[in-house]
Each structure stands twice: as structure tokens, then as C-alpha cells.
Design a protein around this ligand. Structure first.
Ligand SMILES: C[S@@+](CC[C@H](N)C(=O)[O-])C[C@H]1O[C@@H](n2cnc3c(N)ncnc32)[C@H](O)[C@@H]1O
Length: 211
């Protein structure tokens, strides 16, 4: 039942706010497991930031691994998703148990204050939908907020830029080409691990980066 309501809400947001929502379906449990691997392996207490939780598919996995002393911040730009997630923290036992150590911020990531704050950041942002300048701003925020010893985990749909390119106009193809080369450079410099997750629609690559 929870899955059905979650899928319905996610699809509704996909239709009304395609640009920021970025996909039709929430992430699978397998992708959430891959994204939370560094979190599971890090001894506490930890400061954790989830970016773009949507309906909370990955949040549900994160709360399972919270320990006493951890502090969990969640930042989401879409007010409907903020309200939906707030309800989960009220109503679902796995979420409720961690209400006191969790905080939902209704804002874009770029407005989260601070420098070298987080040990773990887990991002669901659909960078392939954004302009290059927005992707640059988002990476500046990732690098500002993550501790030098911290890990950023994020994902993208496998082969998505290559698959999209032949079917779009030249302006869109240029945008995708710019984003591809920008992200490839970040991956080359900072990626410490990656995992292909086939059990997701569509299949995705989870990436772990350290700056
Ligand atoms: C592809 S969905 C991922 C949802 C969820 N993490 C999952 O994996 O199922 C992207 C999410 O990022 C949010 N978002 C987009 N731009 C954002 C920004 N600049 N700051 C914070 N959240 C943002 C969207 O509203 C949406 O919830």
C-alpha cells in the first residue's frame, strides 16, 4: 500500500515538475542499498545530508541505519515532497523512531549554509535535466558542504545521456555534451567506487566520490 501511494505521488510530481523530479519512479531498494553503502560502513556519530529525497525511497533505507548520536538533515526543493516526507516521519515506525535526530529543510541544496559540515551526503538530484551552470552550482555546494574525509554518493541512469542524444534537437544535444564532459571530469578526479544496479527502473550507476 505504501508503495502504491508513493508511486502515485512520485508520478504526479513527475508530470507537474518534470525538470526537478527527473524520473517517473522512485528509486528501488537495491539502488537505495548501493547508495547507503558508505553510510553503513562508517562508524558513528555521523552528520548525514540527503539531497532530493522525493517520496523517501532512499530515506527509508537511511533511517534503518541511523544510530544514536547521528544527525540526519534532508533538503528538498519541492513543497509537496516535503509535506509527504513529513507525514512519513509522523506515521511510519521506522521513520518516527528517528524523528528527534532528523530535520527536513525545504530549500534548494544551494541555500544550505555551512562549510565542511557532513560526513555522508546522498544525492538524488537529476543532474542530466539541468543546465551546465546549475550543475556547476550544485557541485560547488557538494564540495562546500562535504568534509574532506566525507563521501558523496549519487546516481545516474545507466547510459542515459548516450541514449537520449540521437533523439533530441541540437541545443539539447549540446547541453547533454557539456554536462557529460563536466561530469566525466568530476568522476575521473573524485570517484572512489561505483556500482551498476540493474534492479532499478531504469538501471542505474551508483557513484561514490571524495573531494
Ligand atoms: C530523481 S528525484 C529522486 C528522489 C529520490 N531520492 C529517489 O531516489 O527516489 C530528484 C529529487 O530532487 C529534488 N530536487 C531537485 N532539485 C533540487 C535542489 N536544487 N535542491 C534540493 N532538492 C532538489 C526533486 O524535487 C526530487 O525530489
Amino acid at each position: 500500500m505504501q508503495y502504491l501511494t508513493e508511486y502515485r505521488e512520485f508520478y504526479r510530481q513527475f508530470r507537474t515538475r518534470y525538470q526537478t523530479t527527473g524520473s517517473i519512479l522512485p528509486s528501488s531498494r537495491a539502488l537505495a542499498r548501493a547508495l547507503t553503502r558508505p553510510l553503513r560502513n562508517l562508524p558513528g556519530p555521523r552528520r548525514i545530508l540527503e539531497i532530493g529525497p522525493g517520496t523517501g525511497a532512499v530515506t527509508a533505507e537511511i533511517v534503518r541505519h541511523l544510530r544514536p548520536g547521528d544527525q540526519f538533515d534532508i533538503v528538498e526543493i519541492n513543497g509537496d515532497f516535503v509535506a509527504y516526507l513529513g507525514q512519513r516521519f509522523e506515521n511510519e515506525p521506522d521513520f518516527r523512531r528517528h524523528r528527534e535526530q532528523s530535520r527536513i529543510l525545504h530549500s534548494p541544496l544551494q541555500d544550505v549554509p555551512g562549510q565542511a559540515v557532513y560526513d555522508i551526503m546522498i544525492s538524488g538530484l537529476p543532474l542530466n535535466n539541468f543546465s551546465l551552470s546549475l550543475v556547476e552550482d550544485i557541485y560547488a555546494s557538494y564540495e562546500r558542504l562535504l568534509k574532506p574525509t566525507g563521501t558523496l554518493s549519487c546516481f545516474e541512469y545507466a547510459w542515459i545521456r548516450q541514449m537520449k542524444s540521437p533523439f533530441v534537437g541540437s541545443a539539447e544535444r549540446d547541453r547533454l555534451r557539456e554536462i557529460t564532459s563536466y561530469l566525466q571530469e568530476k568522476i575521473r578526479r573524485y570517484q572512489i567506487d561505483e556500482e551498476l544496479v540493474l534492479l532499478n527502473v531504469p538501471p542505474a550507476v551508483a557513484r561514490h566520490l571524495r573531494f
